[in-house]
Write a protein that binds this ligand. Structure first.
Ligand SMILES: [Zn+2]
Length: 340
């Protein structure tokens, strides 16, 4: 594959043309040819790729073995022992609004277990809202759709990649294969819309967010997750940071610029969670060592025993990154602002 044609587009948030380079890297994950640069807008502080691959060539940045095509099997919540399943049902009913799972006769042990289960569960199960109409934007092969379906939601997906969408069809025929902006759904049609690691891939995150907010029924919730360019990983590793993912990630959000984008699209953040997993730090560390020419050391950190030991150490330290609100990914709940 030769170099892909690029476009020198200004800031998608404020339209400003002035920007300063921050990080530049080749494609570390899939070796798309070229060297790509992230700039910071002088007007609004937004971090974005410039120049970037032209819209009509973006698909060429995603090879057939891109992970979207082969997600692990869905993390359906109802698994494990009968006692665990009872705790899951209780956590869903009392922590996430799933009235259908309500049960008056629950032991203290189950309640205590449910409290622990809920902390993990809320990452994979959206809160129950309205009549249970769910849309996942960028649904990939359907992992989030399958979980929602198991929880009783009526599910719909949008996916640009045909191969991934073909796999998602296991779960529903309610699939739009193509762009978010061309999806035919009418306004106010869904109670929950999710977009996990989508906004950083699209040329116009404001327009995509506006569209997703328009699909929310009254009382509806949009849930967005993106890599956090304001987190500890970006600060520590700079151009070796795993979240850069050039040339595929066109935008790089901090909590502040994500709020700016969502606000411009007519939304308001109601909660913000930080996620930090060892894997992304270890990937960044290895890239950093390779950049320095320390390939032997990089290989050593990737070897099973060393990787395992580092992972264990990080498991202990990472709650601190979350507490400091400097996680690797940020997930926000967004509602539509009332028209003024
Ligand atoms: Zn700007």
């Amino acid at each position: 594959m030769g170099m892909l044609p690029t476009v020198d587009a200004p800031c998608a948030v404020c339209g400003g043309g002035d920007a300063d380079p921050v990080w530049a890297t080749p494609d570390r994950a899939f070796a798309v040819p070229g060297h790509y640069t992230v700039v910071r807008c002088r007007g609004c502080g937004f971090l974005y790729q410039r120049p970037r691959v032209r819209d009509e060539h973006l698909a060429a940045c995603y090879p057939d073995h891109y992970p979207r095509h082969q997600e692990p099997s869905p993390r359906v919540p109802f698994k494990g022992s009968a006692a665990r399943r009872r705790a899951v049902r209780y956590a869903l009913a009392n922590g996430l609004g799933y009235h259908a799972f309500h049960d008056d006769h629950v032991s203290v042990a189950t309640r205590l277990r449910a409290r622990r289960v809920l902390r993990r569960l809320r990452w994979s199960c959206p809160p129950w809202i309205g009549t249970g109409r769910y849309l996942d934007v960028g649904c990939g092969s359907g992992a989030a759709l399958a979980v929602a379906q198991a929880l009783g939601w009526r599910i719909t997906g949008i996916e640009t990649d045909e191969a991934a969408a073909a796999i998602a069809r296991r779960f529903t025929d309610e699939l739009h294969v193509g762009d978010v902006l061309t999806a035919p759904f009418t306004s106010a049609r869904f109670d929950v819309v999710t977009a996990f690691h989508v906004l950083e891939h699209v040329p116009d995150p404001v327009a995509v967010t506006r569209r997703m907010l328009d699909w929310l029924a009254p009382g509806g919730l949009l849930i967005v997750e993106v890599p956090n360019a304001g987190g500890l990983g970006a600060a520590l590793f700079g151009r070796a940071w795993s979240g850069l993912e050039l040339p595929r990630h066109l935008s790089h959000f901090t909590p502040a610029t994500l709020e700016l984008v969502l606000g411009k699209a007519g939304g308001r953040i109601v909660w913000c969670w930080h996620q930090a997993k060892p894997r992304s730090y270890l990937w960044s560390l290895s890239a950093l060592l390779r950049d320095r020419g320390w390939n032997t050391l990089a290989k050593l950190t990737e070897s099973r025993p060393v990787y395992g030991a580092l992972k264990l150490g990080l498991e202990v330290l990472l709650p601190l990154a979350r507490l400091a609100r400097r996680g690797e990914a940020i997930r926000v709940g967004v509602v539509r602002n009332r028209p003024t």
